[in-house]
Design a protein. Structure first.
Lengths: 660, 301
C-alpha cells in the first residue's frame, strides 16, 4: 500500500518503473529471440556437422563395404568415432546386416545397440531417394546414410573414354550409421540460456541504471521546485532554485525563481503597505484625538478668552480710578490663550477638521502672492529660489491652508539650514510616480500639481524621517517648535487627497514633494476683505444664543450683554426653538452652535425661519466634524464664526450681519 | 624391295584418291557413342579420308538401323567407331568396313566371312609399352599386375613376354572380383618396384582405383596406368592412345581398302603411344625422369 501510494505520488517512481518494465519487455524479447536463434544455430551446426560426418563416413568406407573388408573400415570408422559427440558408428553390408560397430559402452543405447539390421524405415527412406535418414530421442539422434559405390565399367573400352556416363548405375553397397549424443548440445543450450539471461539482465540493469540517472536528472530539479513551492506556501524562507540547464526544466526553474522574486517583491510591498496603513491609522487616530482635544479646547478657550476679554474691558473701564494691575495679568492670560488658539488650529488642520474655505485657485498665483511673506521667514544667508511652471495648476483648496503648507515647510527648511544654504521651491505638472503607493489605482492616471521644496540643510536619518508627520514630534530645541508643523502639512495634503513624499540624506538636505490633485477650469477671484474699524459696542436687540457648552454660552451671553444686547439662552436645539416660540417678536438675531443635542443649528434655523423668514443668524462651529453642515451653511451664504469665539470678532460679525 | 613396294602402293593410292577427290567416296560412319574420343578419331579419319560422310550414332535414342543405310544409295565404305558399332556392322559382308577405337578386337571373332573388315585397335604394342616403362623408370625391375584372366589374359600374356624379353619381371595376380583387390595389393606390395594398372574393369572400379592409387602413393611405389585420368589422380605415368592418330591411321587404311577392295584384311594396333607423366607424383616418389622422355611426354605439372 505504501509503495502504491508512493507510486501514485512520485513521477520519478512512475517514470522509472514504466521505463524499467518497458526495458524488461524489450530485453526479455531480445533474450528469447537471441536464445532461440543461437540454439537453432547450435542445433543446426550439430546436425550439419553430423550430416557431414555421416557423409564422410559413407564415402570413406565405400571400399571397405564393397570389399567387405573390416580392416579397410577400421581406420575410417574409428576416425569418425573419435569425433565429438559420436556415441556409435555402425556399418551395414550390402545384405543390410551389421558388419562393423564401434560404440561407447558407457552410454546406454537402447534401440541402436540392438539393431543388427538396417531398419525397414531407413531402407524405405533411401529407396525414396532420401540421401539421409534421421531419427532421434531425447538423449541422442541417429543419422543413416547409404554407402554408394560406383559399380563396374561396362567394358575396358570405357576405361579409355573417360566418361562417367559409362559407369554402371551407382549402387548401394551398404549403410553407415552414426549416433550422436545430444547431452553436450543440451549443456551448450543450457549455457547459452544462462548467458542470454545474464546478457539480458546486464543490459536491463544497465538500462535501468541509465533511466534511474536520467529520471533523477529530470526529477531532482522538479523535486527542488516542488519543495521550494511547498516551503514558500508554508511561509518558510526559500532560496532561489539553481538553474542548471537551458531546457524546459531550466526554464521552469527560471520562471519559478522569477515568481519567487515577484512574490517576495509583493510581500515587501504588502509589508510596506501594512506599514503605511498602520502609519495612516496611527495618524488618523492621532488626528481624531487631536480634533477632539481641539474641540474641547476651543470651548475652553472661548470661555477663557471671553471672560478674559470681559475682565480686561471692565478693568479698562476702571482705569480712570487708577492703573489696574490686573490688566497686565489678563493680557498674559489672553496672550497665552491666543497661542493656545493657534495650537488648536494647527491640531485641527492636522486632523483635517479645520474650518476651510475651499475654492478653485491657481497654485502658482498663491505662491507668487505668498512669496514676499516666505522671503521674510528665511534669513539672508539662505538663497531662495522659486521656480514656477508655465502651466496652470488649478486646485480645489483653501488658499490659507496652502499658505500654511508653504509656511511650515519653509520654516522647517530654514531651521534645517542654520549655517545658510539654498531653498528651492518648484512647481510642475506631474503624475504620481509608481514609488508612491496608492489605495486607488486610478490616481496614477490623474494630473497633479507637484510642489517640490528642497533645502541643502542637515537632513534627517531614517528614524527621524519615519516620525516627522507625527504631532508634537520635533527635533528642535524646547520652546522653538510645537511639533505640529509637518503634521499640519500632512493633514492638509491628505485632506485634499494628495500625497507627500520625503527624501532626505544626513548632511545633504531634504526634499519634500507634495502632489495635490488638479481640477479642470479656471481659478476663482479672491474676495478682498476690508477690516472695518472697531465699532463702539452699542448693540440693540435681542439675541437667541443656542449653545450646549455652558461655559461658552455664559461667556457669549456676558459679552453680548456687555455690548448692549439682550440675550435669551438655550442649551440645545429644541430648547432654542421653544425659546424662539415664546419670544418670537422680541428675538432679532440667532447665534446658533452648529452641533447641538436634539437638533443641530441648521435644523433650528430652518424651523425658526419658517416662522420668521427674515431672521438674521450667525453659526458658531467648533471643528470640521461639522464640515458637511458647515459647508451647506456657507453655500447658503449664511455667516459662520469658528471657535474659539473672540469677543471682538463676535460682536463685529453680529454687527455686520445686523447692519447688512 | 619393300621400299619400292611401298612407293608404288602410295602412288597408286594417291592416283586413286585423286580420282575421288572431287566427289569423295560415300562413307557411312557408325559411331557407338557421341563422345569426345570418338569425335576426335572421326576428325583424324576425315583429315586423311574426307568423303561424303553419313554418320549414325547408335546411342542416340531412335537411331535408325545400320542396314537401312546400306541399301540405297549404297556406301562405298563403312567406318565403325567403338566396339558396339563394329558389332552392329559386323554382319555387312559386301562393303569394306574399317573399325577404329576398339580394344582387344580379337575378342570379336572375325573369321573368313569377315574379310571385308579391317581396322585399328586401341591396343598399343606390349613391346613398346614395356620399352616406354623402361625409359621412364629404368630402375624398375619388378612390376606388379592385377588382372582378370577372363578379360585380360591375352594382353597380360603379351606383356609378360615383352617384359621378359626386356629383363623386367612381372608379378601378376589374378583377380576375379574387385573385393580381392585390396588384399592382393597388400600381398604384393613388398615384391614389386612399381604397379602396372592394366585396362581391366575388374581391377579398375572407382573405389579400387582410388584405393590403389592411394595405397601405392603411401608405399612410395609408382603406378603405371593407361589413361591420363589416372595420372591426374595420382598415377606416375600413363601410356595412352591418341584417338586422333587412330582416326588418321583408320583413314589411311580406308584409302587402301577403297583402292584395293579385294585385298587382305588388315587389323593393326594403334601406332602412337602418348606418354603422360605427373611431375608432382614423380617428385613425391623421389624419381628423376629423363629429360628426353619428358620432352616427348605430356607432362602434368
Amino acid at each position: 500500500m505504501k509503495l502504491l501510494s508512493q507510486f501514485r505520488e512520485s513521477f520519478r517512481l512512475k517514470a522509472f518503473i514504466s521505463f524499467t518494465l518497458f526495458l524488461l519487455i524489450i530485453f526479455s524479447s531480445f533474450t528469447i529471440f537471441f536464445y532461440y536463434q543461437q540454439s537453432k544455430a547450435l542445433t543446426n551446426t550439430l546436425f550439419k556437422n553430423s550430416e557431414l560426418l555421416i557423409g564422410v563416413l559413407a564415402y570413406s568406407v565405400r571400399l571397405g563395404v564393397l570389399t567387405e573388408n573390416k580392416d579397410l573400415l577400421k581406420e575410417n570408422a574409428e576416425g569418425i568415432f573419435q569425433q565429438k559427440n559420436i556415441l556409435e558408428v555402425a556399418i551395414f553390408n550390402r545384405e543390410k546386416n551389421l558388419f562393423r560397430e564401434i560404440k561407447k559402452e558407457a552410454v546406454p543405447l537402447k534401440s541402436a545397440s540392438l539393431e543388427l539390421q538396417v531398419p525397414r524405415e531407413v531402407q524405405e527412406s533411401v529407396e525414396k531417394g532420401q540421401a539421409l535418414f534421421f531419427r532421434e530421442n531425447k538423449d541422442y539422434f541417429e543419422l543413416w546414410c547409404p554407402v554408394v559405390t560406383g559399380g563396374l565399367y561396362a567394358s575396358e573400352e570405357d576405361l579409355f573414354l573417360d566418361q562417367n556416363l559409362f559407369k554402371k548405375k551407382r549402387e548401394i553397397s551398404g549403410f553407415a550409421k552414426i549416433t550422436v549424443d545430444k547431452s553436450e548440445l543440451k549443456q551448450a543450450l543450457y549455457l547459452l540460456l544462462l548467458k542470454s539471461i545474464l546478457i539480458g539482465v546486464f543490459f536491463w540493469g544497465g538500462g535501468s541504471l541509465l533511466i534511474f540517472l536520467v529520471t533523477q536528472k529530470i526529477t531532482t530539479p522538479l523535486k527542488r521546485l516542488t519543495e521550494g513551492v511547498a516551503a514558500f506556501g508554508s511561509g518558510e524562507e526559500v532560496e532561489a532554485v539553481p538553474v542548471e540547464t537551458e531546457d524546459e526544466i531550466g526554464k521552469l526553474a527560471h520562471s519559478f525563481n522569477n515568481m519567487l522574486e515577484s512574490l517576495r517583491q509583493r510581500e515587501k510591498e504588502k509589508q510596506f503597505l501594512e506599514l503605511q496603513l498602520r502609519h495612516a491609522q496611527k495618524m488618523e487616530a492621532i488626528g481624531t484625538l487631536s480634533g477632539g482635544i481641539a474641540h474641547d479646547f476651543n470651548n475652553l478657550l472661548t470661555a477663557i478668552i471671553g471672560f478674559g476679554s470681559l475682565i480686561k474691558m471692565q478693568a479698562k473701564k476702571m482705569e480712570g480710578e487708577g492703573k489696574n494691575p490686573f490688566i497686565e495679568y489678563v493680557d498674559q492670560i489672553l496672550a497665552s490663550a491666543q497661542r493656545a488658539v493657534t495650537l488648536t488650529q494647527n491640531l485641527l488642520a492636522f486632523s483635517r477638521k479645520q474650518l476651510t474655505s475651499i475654492k478653485r485657485l491657481n497654485l502658482n498665483e498663491v505662491l507668487s502672492d505668498f512669496k514676499s511673506i516666505l522671503v521674510r521667514l528665511i534669513r539672508e544667508d539662505i538663497e531662495f529660489d522659486l521656480q514656477l511652471t508655465d502651466k496652470e495648476l488649478i486646485l480645489m483648496a483653501d488658499s490659507g491652508q496652502i499658505d500654511q503648507i508653504f509656511m511650515n515647510l519653509v520654516t522647517n527648511a530654514r531651521d534645517a539650514m542654520p549655517h545658510g544654504g539654498k531653498l528651492t521651491i518648484t512647481t510642475e505638472l506631474a503624475q504620481l510616480p509608481r514609488t508612491i503607493l496608492v489605495t486607488t489605482p486610478s490616481h496614477y492616471e490623474r494630473n497633479y500639481a507637484c510642489i517640490t521644496v528642497t533645502d541643502t540643510g542637515i537632513g534627517m536619518d531614517e528614524q527621524t524621517k519615519e516620525r516627522i508627520f507625527e504631532p508634537f514630534f520635533t527635533t528642535k530645541e524646547v520652546g522653538k517648535g510645537t511639533g505640529l508643523g509637518l503634521s499640519t502639512v500632512y493633514g492638509i495634503v491628505h485632506q485634499y487627497e494628495g500625497y507627500i513624499e520625503v527624501e532626505s540624506e544626513l548632511g545633504k538636505g531634504t526634499t519634500f514633494k507634495i502632489y495635490l490633485p488638479l481640477i479642470e477650469g479656471r481659478a476663482e477671484e479672491e474676495e478682498k476683505k476690508e477690516i472695518a474699524p472697531l465699532p463702539a459696542f452699542s448693540g440693540k436687540g435681542t439675541i437667541l444664543v443656542a449653545e450646549d457648552e455652558d461655559a461658552v454660552r455664559a461667556v457669549v451671553k456676558k459679552v453680548l450683554e456687555e455690548a448692549g444686547y439682550k440675550v435669551i439662552e438655550a442649551s440645545n436645539g429644541e430648547e432654542a426653538i421653544e425659546q424662539f416660540a415664546q419670544n418670537e417678536n422680541e428675538i432679532d438675531f440667532l447665534l446658533l452652535d452648529v452641533i447641538m443635542p436634539k437638533k443641530n443649528g441648521k435644523e433650528v434655523y430652518q424651523e425658526i425661519r419658517k416662522r420668521k423668514p427674515d431672521i438674521k443668524v450667525l453659526f458658531v462651529t467648533g471643528y470640521a466634524a461639522e464640515v458637511i453642515t458647515q459647508q451647506a451653511i456657507i453655500q447658503e451664504g449664511l455667516a459662520v464664526i469658528p471657535k474659539p469665539v473672540l469677543p471682538t470678532e463676535l460682536l463685529m460679525k453680529i454687527k455686520d450681519i445686523l447692519t447688512s | 624391295m619393300d621400299l619400292i613396294k611401298k612407293t608404288v602402293t602410295s602412288v597408286l593410292i594417291l592416283i586413286c584418291w585423286c580420282g575421288w577427290a572431287e566427289a569423295g567416296p560415300k562413307i557411312l560412319v557408325v559411331q557407338s557413342l557421341n563422345v569426345a574420343p570418338y569425335e576426335e578419331a572421326l576428325a583424324g579419319f576425315q583429315t586423311v579420308c574426307p568423303g561424303d560422310i553419313t554418320k549414325v550414332i547408335l546411342s542416340n535414342p531412335g537411331a535408325p538401323e545400320v542396314s537401312s543405310f546400306i541399301r540405297s544409295p549404297r556406301p562405298e565404305l563403312i567406318l565403325t567407331i567403338g566396339m558396339d558399332a563394329l558389332m552392329k556392322a559386323k554382319s555387312i559382308k559386301n562393303i569394306p568396313i574399317i573399325y577404329a577405337m576398339v580394344l582387344n578386337p580379337q575378342t570379336v571373332s572375325l573369321g573368313e566371312e569377315e574379310r571385308n573388315i579391317s581396322g585399328i585397335s586401341m591396343n598399343l604394342s606390349a613391346e613398346n609399352q614395356v620399352q616406354t616403362i623402361r625409359e621412364v623408370l629404368p630402375k624398375v625391375k619388378k612390376i606388379g599386375v592385377l588382372y582378370n584372366p577372363e578379360r585380360s589374359r591375352n594382353f597380360v600374356v603379351e606383356v609378360i613376354a615383352a617384359a621378359n624379353r626386356q629383363g623386367i619381371n612381372l608379378v601378376c595376380e589374378k583377380v576375379e572380383s574387385p573385393k580381392e583387390v585390396p588384399a592382393l595389393l597388400k600381398g604384393m606390395q613388398n615384391q614389386i618396384d612399381a604397379f602396372w594398372l592394366v585396362p581391366d574393369i575388374t581391377v579398375c572400379s572407382a573405389e579400387t582405383v582410388e584405393y590403389l592409387l592411394l595405397f601405392f602413393l603411401e608405399n612410395q611405389k609408382p603406378v603405371i596406368s593407361f589413361s591420363e585420368k589416372y595420372v591426374e589422380f595420382g598415377a606416375l605415368m600413363a601410356i595412352s592412345i591418341d584417338p586422333f592418330d587412330i582416326g588418321k591411321q583408320a583413314g589411311e587404311l580406308a584409302i587402301k581398302m577403297l583402292t584395293n577392295p579385294g585385298g587382305e584384311p588388315q587389323r593393326v594396333e594403334a601406332r602412337k603411344p602418348v606418354i603422360v607423366i605427373n611431375k608432382k607424383v614423380a617428385k613425391k616418389l623421389g624419381l628423376i625422369i629423363d629429360a628426353r622422355v619428358l620432352a616427348r611426354a605430356k607432362v602434368i605439372e
